[in-house]
Each structure stands twice: as structure tokens, then as C-alpha cells.
Design a protein around this ligand. Sequence first.
Ligand SMILES: NC(=O)c1ccc[n+]([C@@H]2O[C@H](COP(=O)([O-])OP(=O)(O)OC[C@H]3O[C@@H](n4cnc5c(N)ncnc54)[C@H](OP(=O)(O)O)[C@@H]3O)[C@@H](O)[C@H]2O)c1
Length: 223
Amino acid sequence: MKRQHTALITGANAGIGLALSAKLLGQGYRVIGTSRSGYIDALSHPQFYCLPLDVRDPSSIEACKQALARMATSIDLLINNAGVADDVFQTVPDRPSFENTFSTNVTGLVFFTEAVIGLVPPGGQIINISTDMSLLTEIAVNGPAYRMSKGAVNIYTKMLAQRLADKQVTVTAVHPGWVRTKLGGDQAPMLPEASAAGILDIIFAQKNSGEFRNVATGKHFVL
Ligand SMILES: NC(=O)c1ccc[n+]([C@@H]2O[C@H](COP(=O)([O-])OP(=O)(O)OC[C@H]3O[C@@H](n4cnc5c(N)ncnc54)[C@H](OP(=O)(O)O)[C@@H]3O)[C@@H](O)[C@H]2O)c1
């Protein structure tokens, strides 16, 4: 009998993370979603579990790691989805937004990944949700902390891809499209379900590690 795969998704209580959770459950995955509250009321499924996690807090990461070790022997798919975009309507950086954005999108993502990386088996995948706004060819004046933080995510993606190559774990940075969520706003053209479907296509097709993939355009390149 085929072993059931487990996916771990940060920020699964809303937006793209919630839509990804529903899609992966539909594909037969066991899904462990995290939320800051420790509850995800919007989704109920016998194979869906929720763990509390605030990626900015080292003790929360440690508690989540301990809980994971008790419930999962392996994490076949880690999706680092949790993120904030506090300053997208600003051009001048302000320290509170900058610190919150880096602490969530960079330090949080990196140290959560490092905490759970030992649970990702050979053949496993790590998806880091990035943005096309981070690409040097797309730089504009707004969102200084957001763009720089996701640029750092792309760099970590490439470094991790190199580090985990021998273990055959693939690592990919993904632009999910401009998506109608709390972060993306009401004007965004893509619904979370469509974005999640695009991310799933990338996950199932994925062969090469260390790439940036764009759900909206289908374009991809080696980081
Ligand atoms: N929407 C877009 O157009 C778009 C475009 C490009 C990239 N992205 C990226 O896609 C990802 C998902 O965003 P979304 O659009 O789905 O936004 P969203 O609906 O606002 O969801 C963001 C998720 O991140 C969680 N989160 C925020 N801070 C956290 C922390 N300190 N610890 C743990 N979880 C935290 C949120 O939890 P709470 O509900 O508790 O705040 C929420 O679950 C983000 O990384 C974002 O940068 C989105």
C-alpha cells in the first residue's frame, strides 16, 4: 500500500495557505496547518490537523517542532506560506514595519525551516512562497521591507537547494500570482483556489531544485 504523504503548511488559517490545505487534502495528503491562534475553523477534515505557530517567536517554533515530532514521522512537503506585507503602500521604510516583515518573512521562515528540516525525507519538497515583486527586474519604489524580505527568501531557497541536493530534497521559490486575500487586497484578479491549483501543478511537476516559478505567467528560471 502506498504511504500517505504529509504536508506542513504555515499560515494555513486564511488566504493561499487555507486554499492549499484544502487542495492537498483533496489529493490524499495528511495536512498539518499552522495558525497563530492554534485553531483553523474554516476547514474540517479527518486528515487535517492544526498546530499553533508564530514564526517570530523561537519558543513557538520549538513547541511546534516538539508537537510535530510526536505526530509525524516525515514531512514530505513543507510549504513556507506565512508572510506579511506591512509596507507595500509605502516608499520610505519605517522601523516597525521593517522589523516585523523581516522577523516574519525572513528570520521566521529560516528558523522554522531549520527546526523541521530533519523531518523532510529524501525525495521531499520545500516550497517557499515568494513574490515577483522581489525580482531585481521588477523592482519599484513601494514595499521596501516586503521586496527585500522576499529577495532574502529567494537567496535562502537557492542556498538550501544546494545544501539539500545530496539528500534529493527540492527547494523552490514560488510567486503565487496577485491573489485576493487579506494581504493581496480586494482588487487582486486571482482567487486563492486558482493560485493553490497552480502551486499544486508546480509541486507535482517539480524536477529541478533551486528554481523560481511564477504561477501567474508559468515562467520559471534557475535562481
Ligand atoms: N496575495 C497575494 O497577492 C500574494 C502575492 C505574492 C506573494 N504572496 C505571499 O503569499 C503568502 C500568503 O499570503 P496570503 O495572500 O494568503 O495572505 P493572508 O491571507 O494575509 O495570509 C497570510 C498568512 O500568514 C500568517 N502569518 C502572518 N504572520 C505570521 C506569523 N508571525 N507567524 C505565523 N503565521 C503568520 C497569517 O496568519 P494571521 O491570519 O494570524 O495573520 C495568515 O495565515 C505570503 O507569504 C505572501 O507574501 C501573496
